[in-house]
Design a protein around this ligand. Structure first.
Ligand code: HEM
Ligand code: HEM
Length: 134
């Protein structure tokens, strides 16, 4: 092992960054799978789910993970923990409810709101953490 290996060893990453990267890569594959199903079937009903799996899931989870990797002290705070909890809780609720809603289950609409608000509070905590730390 050289001195250059050390910063990239996964064990050197803050735990919250590892959670974000693992979750992000899950959403990446889920979104790609849904994209292929949509393209193959010609049925784009769930394109809003596909877009937000990728953008609020893969892109935003990974990007916030990069911020925690770059600023490990920020990842130690309560705001960062709240962000990771609420983002990873709200997103699957929002996506599941959006999938049901777009598939014709009108009663699922409040679930979209609940998931979106939880995710947004989480990202609000992330924003506060950035302003406090940087
Ligand atoms: C295997 C790879 C992918 C396939 C097959 C795929 C397929 C599709 C299809 C069929 C649509 C709907 C197009 C339409 O309505 O005419 C779409 C929309 C979209 N895709 Fe993908 N996609 C892929 C990867 C990605 C990735 C990697 C991202 C972002 C990181 C992405 C972001 C979006 C967005 C933002 C939309 C628009 C959603 C909306 O209008 O609500 N896609 N994609
Ligand atoms: C809680 C968070 C979010 C909520 C509640 C939300 C909600 C919405 C809604 C209601 C639409 C319109 C859907 C439609 O016309 O069918 C939309 C579209 C879209 N959103 Fe989001 N969004 C959120 C986060 C994000 C984020 C973080 C990104 C990007 C990083 C994003 C990117 C997009 C894109 C690209 C479209 C499609 C625009 C288009 O096709 O005209 N959204 N979103």
């Amino acid at each position: 092992m050289t001195e250059f290996d050390a910063p990239f060893r996964p064990t050197c990453l803050p735990g919250l960054a590892r959670i974000q990267f693992r979750a992000a890569s899950f959403y990446l594959m889920a979104g790609l799978g849904l994209g292929i199903v949509m393209a193959a079937s010609g049925n784009f009903t769930l394109k809003g789910v596909h877009g937000h799996i990728h953008l609020l899931g893969w892109v935003t989870l990974a990007l916030t993970g990069v911020v925690y990797a770059l600023a490990p002290d920020m990842a130690k705070g309560a705001l960062a923990r709240w962000h990771v909890i609420l983002h990873n809780l709200g997103l699957p609720i929002m996506l599941a409810a959006l999938t049901a809603y777009l598939s014709g289950v009108a009663a699922a609409e409040p679930g979209i709101a609940v998931g979106a608000v939880l995710s947004t509070f989480g990202l609000g905590a992330f924003t506060l953490a950035i302003w406090r730390a940087l």
